[in-house]
Structure formats: C-alpha cells, structure tokens
Design a binder for this molecule. Structure first.
Ligand code: RRO
Length: 300
C-alpha cells in the first residue's frame, strides 16, 4: 500500500488521464484489473467534440494524439464518476480543465457531488488553444488556478504539468505555492508526423502530443528535478510499460506511477507492474515501497 496526499492506494500504479477514462464502466474495468487508482479523461465546463480525425496515430516510438479534449462537460460526467465509485474501493481521481480559474472552479464544484478522491488539474495538454499548456506555461496562471480550486474543494488537488517548458521546476513551484497537494509529471510532448506521399501533416490538428516509451527519459528527468525542488509529492507518468520502468520512475522521486499508452498492450499491465514492484522490493530486501521513492537522490 502507498499513501499519496492522504489517499490510500493498494499499489502505486494508476490509470493515467486520457485512456479508458471516459465512462464509469471503463474506469471500473481498469480498477478491476488491479490499478491502485484511476484518473478520468479531462472534463471541462462545456461539451467539446474534440479535434477532427485522425486524432491518434501509432508510431514506431509511441503514439501521437490530438484528441482535443473531447468530453461531455461536468454536467454529463458526474454520473460516470458515481458509477465507477459505486463499484470499487479504488480511488477515482477527476481530471479537469478550463480556460481560467472560474472555469476550473465551476467544473470542480460541479463534480464535487460525485465525490472524487482528488482533482487533477490539467494545465498541460499541448494542443488545445486557450486550455492546457497555454495556461500551464504561465506561473501566475498556474498558481492562481491552483489556489482557486484548493479554496473551492475539500479533497486533495494535484496539478499535471507540461514538459514543454524551459524550467518545469518553476511551474511546479507555482502549483505548490498555489496550495497543490501534489504534482503529476508529465503530460505529452509536442510533436507531429507528416505523410511523405502527400506532404500533409497526418493528424487532423496537424500537431499533437507524443506519448509512450520514447518520452520515458524526459519524464524521469522531470520527476527527478521536481522531487528535488518541491516539498509536495510527485506522481510520475510518461512511457512506463514495465515494472522496471515504474521502479526507475519511483527512484527518480515518484510516489506513484500513472500508466497510459501501455494500456494498449494489455489491461493486465497494472497487476503485472504492481506484482513486479512487490517482488523487486522483496528480492532487494526493502521493507516498503517508500524505501525506493527518491532513492536516486540519496546514492553517492
Ligand atoms: O484530449 C487531448 O487531446 C489530450 C489531453 Br486533454 C491531454 O492532456 N494530453 C494529450 O496528449 N491529449
């Protein structure tokens, strides 16, 4: 078991936002597959259709997506959280987005009734004009949005950060100064792919966000830097597909590890990774998962 921001997780794996998180039934399915926690798709103030197709493509090194924050709005989503919660003890975390502090507060208050275990503020989607990284690259916006949501809700607030910045520590500090209980690092890396026969960018939105194994070293470095710079927990996400990846992320400083793209391989990934971590701890003689969190900062 691991406790992060006062929430107990039976193991340190969690479903990352954006994958299998659009319905209560799919969240429940992942919870039943052994995830320690599940995070919803990001939910906003108004229904949003998302970007035109193709909105997700597979590359050799991972996935490129430009879904464009498709969601039915908080009004239509609270029942999905309630459904997931009613079927499992696994903590359900609500990922939310907006264009300013009022939007975020409106969505958080609108979903509060469904009692998510925490809110994860998406200030990091790399391809959503007016949302996500547009505001998540501005320290003042990150601090004021975080503070506004912290004031409005009585559950922990996590802030999911973009790696598409010069100094992620400054953004992490802004979230911490705003009262965040944890940061989540990282969202996808800005990227694009071009069809060489036609010359057209392949994604409907032309560019999008890269996820999968290719981004793991970037995520590890971001988690490492944030662990050193902040006093609040860091939750790691980016390119984790094996228990070894998860252990590496935790040694960089992650208290928990979210898994997204690798769910495409198998939904059993959560229980596989959780048991792999457990066996590793036993083999190495560690007494608890906490022994490896941030270990790479302690070795000389
Ligand atoms: O919906 C998306 O296109 C999306 C989101 Br909200 C996000 O946070 N990160 C991403 O790569 N895609």
């Amino acid at each position: 078991m691991v406790t992060i921001t006062g929430i107990n997780f039976k193991n340190p794996t969690m479903l990352a936002s954006g994958i299998m998180g659009t319905t209560g039934a799919s969240l429940l399915r992942i919870a039943e597959c052994g995830a320690g926690g599940v995070v919803t798709k990001s939910i906003g103030p108004e229904p949003k259709a998302g970007h035109p197709n193709p909105s997700m493509i597979k590359l050799e090194c991972g996935f490129l997506n430009a879904m464009g924050l498709p969601n039915p709005s908080y009004n239509e989503f609270d029942n999905e959280i309630k459904l997931a919660r009613s079927g499992t003890d696994v903590p359900v975390i609500a990922s939310i987005f907006g264009g300013n502090a009022e939007d975020f507060v409106k969505v958080a208050e609108g979903l509060a009734d469904s009692e998510p275990a925490a809110f994860e503020l998406n200030v990091s989607c790399p391809h959503a004009e007016g949302y996500g990284a547009t505001i998540g690259t501005d320290t003042c916006m990150v601090e004021s949005i975080t503070a506004a949501v912290c004031d409005a809700v009585d559950v922990p607030v996590w802030v999911k950060l973009t790696p598409n910045v010069t100094d992620i520590k400054a953004i992490g500090k802004a979230a911490q100064d705003g009262g965040a209980d944890a940061v989540v690092a990282i969202n996808t890396l800005r990227g694009m792919a071009i069809d060489i026969n036609s010359g057209y960018p392949i994604l409907g939105n032309r560019f999008g966000g890269l996820s999968g194994s290719a981004v793991k070293p970037v995520a590890i470095k971001c988690v490492y830097d944030l662990y050193e710079a902040l006093a609040i927990p860091v939750i790691g996400v980016g390119g984790v597909s094996t228990w070894e990846d998860a252990v590496e992320m935790m040694m960089a400083g992650a208290s928990g590890v979210q898994i997204g793209s690798a769910v495409h391989e198998s939904v059993d990934i959560f229980s596989d990774i959780a048991s792999g971590i457990e066996l590793f701890l036993q083999d190495k003689g560690y007494s608890a998962v906490e022994d490896i969190i941030g270990l790479s900062h302690k070795v000389i």
